[in-house]
Design a protein around this ligand. Structure first.
Ligand SMILES: Nc1ncnc2c1ncn2[C@@H]1O[C@H](COP(=O)(O)OP(=O)(O)OP(=O)(O)O)[C@@H](O)[C@H]1O
Ligand code: SF4
Ligand SMILES: [Mg+2]
Length: 380
């Protein structure tokens, strides 16, 4: 194994420049309880037409990474303290507010978990969707509503001519999220960030909305960053995946490799805690312990207190993200070398098959959602 830190995904990177390239991003919150290092040295790349999944326990820094890309981190108390976030080579960290407003909604869009929170309850759907066309493409009001109707139709929303005249509460949850996707994709952005876009929807609607999003992104070759707790969503939607822990990417690889040969003990722990179709429930293992407080990270590897492979070196020296195999980078002094199936003997299915063949909803167990590292009173 190479001991030298390498740029993420260097070995597997296609020839064309990535749409999004994040280098050593650090976003911290300066609170009364101390500095919360929510994102602390993240490197990521997403190429045209690629779907990158970001997965990790609650509080691992997924949303703050997304908000940093959008330059929407609550400030104060938050601030990007260092790093680069390049959109086609343009470092957005250096842009002023007006320049970012021109980029948001046009070149990069974001879909949030709760569409109701993102839509204005007193404005009609057609007006809100049309606003994007008016603001970014300079269309007249009537033309903008016609475009909005066309977008709703493209999202398989029935009776779009009626729906543009509806208010958000008159649409079902699935329709609202489709409307949000329509809005996010209306200017054909180069990059779409979806933060838990279907968590609030029931499983059937979730699958439909995700498939639609994937199809539309594929058609436009939009790069998609998909944040989720759900390993089934990762298995079904993504090509590459970044596993986050305590503000850092701890494993960065393609989905097949992650499910078959995870290198980081935390990634392997997440996969072992997945239910498998036809599997023996007694074999399910949960990851013991809690994520660390981000204001008081241990000196070495942040995962050491919970890691079954931890050795004295882990508690003294923080590991770098290094190449384990071509296209697989892992932040660990003693990564796993073998296949995960090998350690799950007796299971009729590997975790990938289980995640793919089961329902889309295979979340990280609820017990792991607690975020003890959240600063009291933090607006999250
Ligand atoms: N406004 C804020 N003030 C202080 N700390 C914050 C703020 N926003 C986020 N944080 C901290 O940043 C950390 C990362 O939060 P983030 O929202 O990115 O987690 P996440 O991985 O998206 O979790 P979840 O899966 O629950 O959405 C959290 O531990 C939280 O305490
Ligand atoms: S560096 Fe050590 S403690 Fe951290 S994940 Fe690897 S083996 Fe576990
Ligand atoms: Mg989040």
């Amino acid at each position: 194994m190479s001991e030298n830190p390498v740029p993420p995904a260097a070995a597997a990177a296609p020839a064309e420049l990535p749409v999004l390239r994040i280098r050593d991003l650090r976003t911290h919150f300066f609170t009364g309880q101390g500095v919360v290092k929510a994102v602390d040295g993240v490197d990521l790349e997403v190429h045209k037409g690629e779907v990158l999944g970001i997965v990790g326990e609650s509080g691992s820094g997924k949303s703050v990474t997304a908000l940093s890309i959008m330059q929407l981190v609550a400030s104060p108390p938050g601030r990007i303290v260092s790093g680069r976030i390049e959109l086609d080579g343009l470092d957005m960290v250096k842009l002023d507010a007006a320049a970012m407003r021109r980029i948001r909604g046009k070149r990069i869009s974001m879909i949030f978990q709760d569409p109701l929170a993102s839509l204005n309850p007193v404005l009609r759907i057609g007006f809100q969707l049309g606003e994007v066309f008016r603001h970014h493409l300079g269309l007249e009001k009537r033309q903008a509503v016609t475009e909005a109707e066309r977008m709703l139709r493209a999202m398989d929303i029935p009776s779009p001519a009626t729906r543009v005249r509806n208010y958000p509460h008159q649409l079902s949850g699935g329709m609202r999220q489709r409307a949000m996707i329509a809005m996010a994709l209306s200017c054909k952005p180069e990059l779409l960030i979806a933060d838990e876009p279907t968590t609030a929807l029931d499983v059937t609607v979730q699958a439909q909305v995700l498939n639609l999003m994937k199809q539309v992104c594929r058609e436009h070759r939009t790069a998609l960053v998909l944040i989720t707790h759900d390993m089934g969503v990762i298995a079904n939607m993504c090509e590459r995946v970044a596993v986050m822990y305590a503000g850092k990417v701890v494993e960065y690889t393609d989905v097949r490799t992650l499910f078959r040969r995870p290198g980081h003990p935390y990634a392997a722990g997440l996969l072992r805690s997945l239910p498998r179709l036809g599997g023996n429930a007694r074999r399910l293992q949960s990851i013991e312990g809690q994520p660390p407080r981000l204001t008081r990270l241990p000196p070495g590897c942040a995962y050491a207190p919970r890691c079954p492979r931890a050795q004295p070196r882990c508690r003294e020296e923080a590991p770098e993200l290094v190449r384990l195999r071509p296209g697989q980078e892992v932040r660990c002094h003693f990564p796993l070398e073998g296949s995960l199936e090998g350690s799950l003997q007796g299971s009729p299915q590997g975790p990938l098959e289980g995640a793919l063949e089961g329902s889309l909803h295979r979340p990280i167990p609820a017990a792991l959602h607690a975020a003890p590292n959240a600063a009291p009173g933090a607006a999250r």
